[in-house]
Design a protein around this ligand. Structure first.
Ligand code: GLU
Ligand code: MG
Length: 628
């Protein structure tokens, strides 16, 4: 989840005193990096995936499933047995926000050849087996985006009571501080977000109104000092801690581009895909023991780390704060970075004017300068004593401090100082899928998209305000079937910023009609005569023009089938599948409540499917499993 530093963490009051120092030196560190590597060309295409996992324990006697708060020890063991002692170990493990979470990546990045598509699922399988191998028989590691009973009484093992008092970290009525990862970064972020905001975070998710759901749906909280009662909305599932958001899992990818310009182009081109891939990967319909009316985690995490004050949120006139800020730190991107994207930058961008001027004066172009000046409107949230005065030539912690707590749909990543890593783009919207097969399929699909974008010089850009509208639609229940998304009609006739000879014939209108129109995900992915050719057909024509061995090709086609069928509705998303499982469960009383027993049966089934012990054709089709 970002930069890990050691030492003693500073509280918000102290952190605040150093905010200007961190920002000033963060910008100097960025400029130092930029000037050293701005002209670097011909870095090779490399990429990697990140999968987040939850550790769970099945209590057969009580038919109850709990989140296991042992990630710290599991992580130590995995690193000790693997990457720390074995050169070229195929897996790499990192801590994540919760003490029941792990993040796993391949030990080395993948390269640019087609053959590597055949290694992704295999590597994911290795990670899953490796993590399982250090657990007891009744414990398991699973890739679900949100734990259905997160924050319900007794949801952790060992059991811990929440501490809803000012001296607690999150002051949550539901989420105990022990469920936060023991690395000080995470608790500090949690507490400092709450203190900067000057109140607990507020997450209200609309409840799914079933036949017997009380109407209005209103809860009371006996432990509450009044703060929660006034924050909770009727007919919503109310949550009050960072853990309800950052305690969810996702599937991310990072691409290394050949040059800074290619990275900026890819960053822009991937932006319109964020809502589409999010809806297509929807996997989180349940929150705090209730069935919700949304299918994706995005808005929940966004609210869970929203450190803006009331002034910044526009609830009070500005007095102590500098800016009105329109989005949370975890949200969709606010500006395109390539010259072709410039005219689609149509949402208000709050920037730090002084930093912007400083960047322009140092020779940074307008688009990159405003991007960085926008990220730097945020304050540092975690800072460690002894890590305040740094060597700006050789360290980048202050830059990374701000950069890595801007959790946007995409992240534009400069190389670390003194490394041979190139300019990178991180793709962050996807929800994690239940099986390695599905996760590999989504990952390979996105890599192939980047290949066709570069190969055919495609242009998917639409105004960013439309991408934001799509983000809202994407999170709704069953968006993949029912949602309509703005998408560009002609992706071949566009702008290409990487060579001067290409025509730039796009304006916001071509022949009097808009460049984009509303499409279903099925149309976007599979195509529709007369409307859009479809991404899968474009990818297929690329595959026909590229050398691919038979085996890899059949792997890719298997993956494409999943994406195709998820888009057409022939296969369910995880969100829909989980909803149906609950709806059909004998103990479900059509009251939107997920009991311990329902949760247990659901997760036991999930575990069997993920381990390949049970088939689930309605979710994943009938793939030939060649990797386990
Ligand atoms: N778990 C977060 C999510 O679901 C992402 C944390 C990270 O940036 O690694 O989006
Ligand atoms: Mg992560």
């Amino acid at each position: 989840m970002g930069l890990l530093s050691q030492g003693s963490p500073l509280n918000w009051e102290e952190c605040k005193k150093h905010a200007d120092h961190v920002k000033k030196h963060g910008i100097i560190q960025f400029l130092n990096i930029y000037n050293k590597v701005k002209d670097r060309q011909k870095d090779v295409l490399k990429w990697g995936d990140e999968v987040e996992y939850m550790l769970i324990e099945m209590d057969e006697n009580n038919e109850k499933v709990c989140l296991l708060l042992i990630a710290g020890d599991v992580l130590d063991t995995l690193q000790e047995k693997g990457e720390k002692t074995k050169p070229n170990h195929p897996t790499h493990w990192s801590p994540e926000y919760a003490s029941y979470m792990l993040e796993g990546t391949p030990g080395q990045p993948y390269g640019g050849t087609m053959l590597e598509f055949n290694m992704v699922e295999d590597n994911m399988g290795k990670r899953r087996r490796e993590a399982s191998s250090v657990l007891n028989a009744n414990q398991t590691v699973c890739t679900i985006t949100s734990f259905p009973r997160l924050g319900c009484p007794g949801f952790t093992r060992p059991d811990h009571q929440p501490t809803p008092v000012e001296t607690g970290v999150s002051k949550s009525l539901f989420f105990p501080d022990e469920a936060i990862c023991r690395h000080p970064r995470f608790g500090t972020l949690t507490r400092n977000i709450r203190h900067r905001r000057d109140e607990k975070v507020v997450i209200n998710v609309p409840i799914f109104k079933d036949k017997n759901t009380p109407s209005p749906f209103v809860e009371t909280y006996p432990e509450d000092d009044g703060e929660s009662a006034s924050a909770a909305l009727p007919d919503h599932i109310y949550m009050d801690a960072m853990g309800f958001g950052m305690g969810n899992c996702c599937l991310q990818m990072t691409f290394q581009a050949c040059s800074i310009d290619e990275a900026r182009y890819l960053y822009d081109q991937l932006a319109p895909f964020c809502p589409i891939l999010m809806a297509l990967s929807a996997a989180s319909p349940f929150y705090r023991g209730y069935v919700s009316d949304i299918d994706c985690r995005w808005g929940v995490i966004s609210a869970s780390v929203d450190d803006r004050t009331q002034e910044e949120r526009g609830l009070k006139p500005l007095k102590d704060n500098k800016y009105r800020i329109f989005k949370s730190r975890y949200d969709s991107i606010d500006s395109y970075l390539s010259s072709c994207g410039e005219k689609y930058n149509d949402i208000h961008l709050t920037i730090d004017e002084e930093i912007n001027r400083q960047l322009l004066a140092a020779g940074i172009d307008k688009l990159l300068a405003q991007h960085i000046a926008h990220l730097f409107i945020r304050d540092p949230l975690s800072l460690f004593e002894g890590k305040i005065n740094l060597d700006d030539e050789n360290e980048s912690d202050h830059f990374e401090n701000i950069q890595s707590t801007n959790w946007q749909t995409l992240r534009f990543k400069p190389p670390p100082p003194n490394s041979d890593i190139g300019w990178r783009v991180e793709f962050r919207p996807m929800e994690v899928q239940l099986t390695d097969f599905e996760n590999a399929a989504y990952v390979v699909f996105v890599v192939l998209l980047t290949r066709v974008i570069l190969y055919y010089k495609l242009d998917f850009l639409i105004p960013l305000s439309k991408v934001d509208e799509n983000m809202k639609v994407a999170q709704k229940r069953n968006a993949v079937q029912e949602g309509m998304f703005y998408f560009r009609k002609d992706i071949f006739k566009g702008c290409y910023p990487l060579d001067d000879t290409s025509s730039t014939q796009n304006g916001l209108e071509i022949d009097g009609c808009e460049e984009y129109t509303l499409m279903s995900i099925d149309t976007i992915i599979n195509g529709k005569e007369g409307v859009f050719q479809g991404l899968i057909p474009v990818v297929n024509s690329y595959l026909e023009n590229t050398e691919v061995d038979v085996d890899t090709k059949s792997t890719i086609l298997n993956y494409q089938k999943l994406i195709k069928k998820r888009a057409s509705g022939e296969l369910m998303t995880m969100a829909k599948w989980m909803r149906e499982f609950v709806a059909e469960h004998p103990q479900y009383e059509q009251d939107s409540v997920i009991t311990d027993k329902i949760n247990y049966d659901l997760l036991r089934k999930c575990d069997r499917i993920a381990k390949g012990e049970e088939r689930c054709p309605e979710l994943v089709g009938d793939p030939v499993n060649r990797f386990t």
